[in-house]
Design a protein around this ligand. Structure first.
Ligand code: ATP
Length: 363
């Protein structure tokens, strides 16, 4: 059976401003019904990528295909309004002078009046706002307006939906519900979605695939679980959570640290490495008459530390420790309430299977 073409395929997209490539050789494929998140810090080129796909900006090189058909290269260009792409942006406001029904119907060009009305009603049913059909945007809450905006974007049955931080204007309480609802509607409609966000939580929650972007390039791409558990470098770890770092030098494929030895297979002798681990993978033990727990193969050796401060964060407690060995501060999180006094002596160990060893300086 022939493999269907991706709904959206961008190849080697590049955009240069003032001599700087803000989007640099970006390639992506998105299948129908798939949500891909372009995740990265502010200014890394996410919105510029989206604007090129939408057709409101031209790339300097690279191509864009939809369902296997070229829609844009540097010579040929389907205009934005003929690309069958829906847009949802944070500040993509509804038209204040149009009713909810007129807003949703805005992009509907084909079909009879009755057919258009039926599509508007069906979509408002779907976002559970049918009762506001003759209302006006100012009569709706922020979350309701966002749902109308979703219905408006979906009305012409776009093959692709581009979303740029669409939920960041909503307060936390509303956000999760609207995100989940939006996602299930988009899946039902079999739309390919490219969602731009700088929030790892949002990407983890929404994405089938995350494309991690930095300085105009996609540095890592994969399912959220893989990107989180197999980060390619220290910055990729730190983008998702706090990251602790140990520095060491490799000798005989092992890195010696105050927490014992770490495997560094294939790393040449004398290489400086960083051992990176998340605060939730630090184990805390109490002091037992000047000693910590005995070493184990999975947790290595315990290192002595003094509590610097401890804070309750809601779902977990965050404890900062000053390490005896060189005064560095390491962070540990503990589920529930754990608030030891500053100055208390404790012993830390690190889960070996949750550590990442990277050559030092590789960002
Ligand atoms: N029209 C423009 N002219 C010159 N530079 C631009 C233009 N548009 C964007 N840039 C620059 O390109 C870089 C990428 O911008 P872009 O908006 O794509 O980033 P982003 O990842 O979406 O960031 P944010 O999350 O803050 O919106 C930034 O450094 C920005 O200043």
């Amino acid at each position: 059976m022939a493999v269907p073409a991706p709904r959206l395929e961008i190849k080697n997209l590049r955009r240069v401003y003032a001599g700087r490539a803000v989007v640099d050789d970006v390639s992506l494929q998105i299948m129908p019904g798939q949500v891909t998140c372009l995740l990265g810090p502010s200014g890394c080129g996410k919105s510029t990528t989206l604007r090129m796909i939408a057709g409101v900006e031209m790339q300097d090189s690279g191509t864009i295909h939809v369902d296997g058909k070229l829609i844009c290269d540097t010579v040929f260009r389907v205009p934005p309004e003929r690309r069958e792409i829906g847009l949802m942006f944070q500040d993509f406001a509804l038209f204040p002078h149009l009713s909810v029904a007129e807003n949703v119907a805005f992009g509907l060009k084909s079909g009879s009046k009755a057919e258009r009305r039926a599509r508007v009603e069906a979509l408002l049913d779907r976002v559970e706002l049918r009762r506001f059909i003759d209302g006006y945007p100012h009569q709706l809450s922020g979350g309701e307006q966002q749902r109308v905006a979703l219905a408006r974007a979906l009305a012409p049955q776009p093959r692709i939906m581009l979303m740029d931080e669409p939920f960041s204007g909503l307060d936390n309480r509303l956000r999760d519900g609207i995100r989940d609802e939006t996602l299930s509607i988009l899946k039902e409609e079999d739309t390919a979605v490219l969602l731009v966000t700088h929030e790892p939580d949002e990407a983890m929650r929404m994405a089938d695939e995350i494309a991690l972007m930095r300085d105009g390039k996609i540095v890592q791409q994969g399912a959220p679980y893989n990107v989180y558990t197999r980060p390619i470098d220290r910055a990729a770890v730190a983008f998702f959570s706090d990251a602790n770092i140990l520095r060491a030098e490799v000798s005989g494929a092992l890195a010696q640290t105050p927490f014992g030895r770490f495997l560094a297979p294939g790393v040449p002798d004398g290489t400086s490495v960083e051992i990176v681990f998340r605060p939730q993978h630090v184990r805390i033990d109490f002091d037992r008459g000047g000693k910590g727990p005995a070493p184990t193969p999975s947790d290595g050796t315990a290192a002595r530390a003094v509590v610097e401060r401890a804070r309750f964060m809601g779902n977990e407690s965050l404890v900062e420790f000053r390490m005896d060995y060189d005064g560095t501060v390491l962070k540990a999180t503990v589920p529930n309430v754990f608030l030891p006094e500053p100055g208390a002596v404790m012993w830390l160990t690190i889960r070996r299977d949750k550590c990442f060893v990277f050559p030092r300086g590789a960002e």
